[in-house]
Design a protein around this ligand. Structure first.
Ligand code: NAG
Ligand code: NAG
Ligand code: NAG
Ligand code: NAG
Ligand code: NAG
Length: 298
């Protein structure tokens, strides 16, 4: 009696051990890293790089007017793409930026009070659905433009900013578009949104949704800039290896900048931005298209 019970217990222990091991393996498989520990979001290594010709990839049909029947016909020879990072502060690049044919900005990146570093012209602003409220809240800064016919492109999930979206966000965008007649407002079509996802897949070998990745406004802005500009000078974007050296964690971007980058890159649970991976792709595009980076230079 004692003996059989002992064997039974022994089996139970082994079964329990196997169960625990399997659970750990499954958990480990889905969370390659514990939260907060940096491990890069690997670009699939067996991935044969298929380069997409972004100049042909374009399609004006990808942008629909929020109101009226304007066409997205912006074309520029030279563009300045100004990021919202603090790396441009103290650069004194404002005048150079303002002398560029087209100036592209992102979300609610301010110009007022920072003119000497970022300039005060805006030709195109690319705005994420999540930044719409912040842009609308400061109409004097973002919407009352003295530049002739500046363009705003809104991107986001079709159920939020799509033509068929009946939500408050789309109505807000429509009101903006009708109120500020000097602005040309467009939203990215659902088809084009899918193409942005597919582009991420072909460029990184990772399915955007399956890899729990969010595209950043930087991704949309860079692709749109390549579509409309022959030459691009990017102000204030750090290279992909910016945070790989511990000393740069005290960079002008502030102590949190690298934390944000590294945590997003390694995040597995929930959706995350892959800022570092995106910049690796940008570095490749820089060789293919005429893109240069300044403040910092790379
Ligand atoms: C926009 O483009 C379409 C097709 O190319 C054209 O038929 C239409 O007239 C254009 N609209 C404006 C306002 O330029
Ligand atoms: C932009 O800044 C320049 C000086 O840097 C100034 O002369 C110009 O009036 C400003 N334009 C606007 C619209 O604020
Ligand atoms: C619209 O643009 C004109 C110049 O093209 C400018 O004089 C006017 O102030 C602008 N209006 C608004 C509301 O920004
Ligand atoms: C590339 O762009 C820079 C400005 O961003 C410009 O000075 C240079 O002439 C361009 N090169 C070519 C080959 O077009
Ligand atoms: C990821 O990046 C966003 C900025 O887009 C930031 O708000 C967020 O805190 C970051 N996430 C982590 C886990 O650092």
């Amino acid at each position: 009696m004692y003996n059989t019970l002992h064997i039974f217990n022994h089996r139970m222990v082994i079964l329990a051990a196997i169960f625990v091991l399997m659970t750990l393996l499954i958990l480990y498989g889905s969370n390659n890293v514990s939260d907060g520990v940096y491990a890069p979001f690997h670009v699939a290594t067996n991935h044969a790089l298929v380069t997409t010709d972004l100049k042909r990839w374009t399609g004006r049909e990808g942008y629909v007017p929020v109101s009226g029947n304007k066409n997205m016909s912006l074309r520029c020879h030279n563009c300045a793409l100004v990021t919202s990072s603090s790396h441009v502060l103290g650069s004194g690049a404002g005048e150079e930026i303002d002398h560029t044919e087209c100036v592209i900005r992102m979300n609610d990146a301010p110009t007022m009070g920072y003119e000497t570093d970022v300039g005060n012209h805006t030709t195109l602003r690319v705005v994420a659905h999540s930044s719409v409220f912040r842009v609308v809240r400061k109409p004097n800064e973002f919407l009352h433009q003295t530049d002739s016919n500046p363009v705003i492109i809104f991107w986001g999930p079709p159920n939020k900013i799509g033509k068929d979206a009946k939500g408050t966000l789309y109505r807000l965008i429509q009101r903006v578009s009708m109120t500020y007649s000097n602005l040309s407002c467009f939203s990215v079509t659902p088809t084009k949104m899918r193409r942005f996802d597919n582009l991420f897949h072909t460029e990184t070998g990772r399915d955007r949704q399956k890899s729990h990745s969010w595209l950043s406004t930087g991704w949309f802005t860079m692709v749109i800039a390549i579509e409309i500009c022959d030459n691009i000078k990017v102000y204030g974007m750090v290279p992909s290896n910016h945070c790989s050296c511990p000393t740069t964690t005290t960079s002008p971007g502030g102590p949190d900048e690298c934390l944000t980058y590294l945590q997003n890159e390694s995040g597995r649970r929930g959706n995350h931005h892959r800022f570092i991976t995106e910049k690796q792709v940008f570095a490749r595009w820089a060789k293919q298209y005429n893109i240069s980076f300044t403040h910092p230079k790379w």
